[in-house]
Design a binder for this molecule. Structure first.
Ligand code: HMG
Ligand code: MG
Length: 310
């Protein structure tokens, strides 16, 4: 049994949060060595035994751009459905939507950028162009009766453009909200956010009429600020956080993007705060240790490392 922190609540935080697991998608997409399909399927099957209720399974993006996830349809077929667990998949364009529907996806996630340069690097288009790509995809999802999550990347800083004005992010989030996208995840793609910045962006969104019940936060831990940023999000009332088992990940199209916030680190802190996640840390730890063996290097998660050493 892994040690758990003492539970000492802080006033004013939500009682429970949803952890949206992105390890199989954001975690694996930047891995250079191809992870075989059965390993990806086993990874997801094991993750859904931990109590996680949302596990992003894969991406229907161009395999020329992300060869690691070229087996998206096989992964989706291999995992099947599982009571109480959602498996959204990333879809960039109509071609991706054709493939996702053919593979019987039950929920999708579209993704746009707050900055022009990353729209070009990640989607070969502009900020407006990315939203235009999403419009027919969202329409088709609505017709098919499947849910749509929205991501906005580079919400706190961009490796090429530097500072990203809050008003610019609010504008893009507003446009996704107007499209009728469900939860909108604010991506700190290169991990440069700090807690005051998180609070200021959330306050600006709230002022623009976008409630915290529509927002999720997606932190990368490049500068070690992810957990502090989560605490800031909790204090502002956000109840959905993206994380990757073991701290896997990064974005192949953004210089200086390193791993996602580790799910174990998130569960550890939330447990100590008395915020319910429903996720079993022991099981998660076993999976990340197994996956680290498959990838041939230790998991970056501080909690995985600390518990392995204890
Ligand atoms: P493009 O090169 O302009 O595309 O890329 P195209 O329309 O010219 O097509 C090029 C080829 O790809 C064609 O094949 C298309 O058929 C094919 P060819 O005729 O040359 O053989 N193609 C596809 N094949 C399969 N599925 C598709 C698809 N689309 C085209 N969906 C494109 C434009 C959008 C396709 C490309 O830029 C792309 O796939 N981008 C995705 C990149 C990506 O996955 N990035 C990582 C995910 S985002 C992220 O990590 C951030 C996030 O975690 C939040 C955060 O941290 O901020 C979400
Ligand atoms: Mg990401």
């Amino acid at each position: 049994m892994a040690a758990l922190p003492d539970v000492v609540p802080m006033p004013g935080l939500p009682e429970a949060v949803t952890i949206y697991e992105v390890g199989p998608r954001d975690g694996l997409q930047a891995e250079k060595a191809i992870v075989d399909t059965p390993t990806k399927i086993e990874f997801i099957r094991r993750l859904r035994e931990t109590g996680l209720t949302a596990i992003e399974a894969t991406s229907f993006v161009s395999p020329r751009w992300v060869p690691q996830l070229a087996d998206a349809a096989e992964v989706l077929a291999g995992i099947g459905e599982h009571e109480g667990v959602r498996h959204p998949v990333l879809v960039p364009n109509q071609r991706g939507m054709d493939r996702a529907l053919a593979a019987a996806a039950t929920e999708i996630a579209i993704f746009v950028s707050a900055t022009e340069r990353f729209a070009r690097e990640n989607l070969a288009t502009t900020v407006d162009g990315a939203i235009e790509l999403a419009v027919p995809v969202v329409d088709r999802a609505r017709q098919a009766g499947i849910g749509v999550r929205g991501y906005v990347s580079m919400c706190f800083g961009d490796p090429w453009e530097g500072r990203v004005p809050i008003a610019q992010v609010v504008d893009v989030v507003r446009r996704l909200a107007d499209l009728g996208v469900g939860t909108i995840s604010l991506g700190d793609t290169i991990g440069v956010a700090t807690p005051g910045h998180v609070r200021a962006l959330l306050a600006a969104l709230d002022e623009a009429g976008i409630g915290m019940d529509r927002i999720a936060l997606h932190f990368h831990d490049t500068y070690g600020g992810a957990l502090a940023n989560v605490l800031s999000g909790l204090q502002s009332g956000v109840t959905e956080y993206d994380a990757a088992a073991g701290g896997l990940g990064g974005c192949p199209f953004a210089r200086s993007a390193t791993g996602n916030l580790a799910t174990e680190d998130l569960v550890w802190m939330l447990t100590g705060l008395g915020v319910r996640t429903g996720v079993d840390l022991d099981r998660l730890l076993a999976i990340s240790t197994w996956m680290a063996g498959r990838l041939g290097r230790p998991a970056p998660s501080r909690v995985v490392q600390a518990l392995a050493a204890s």
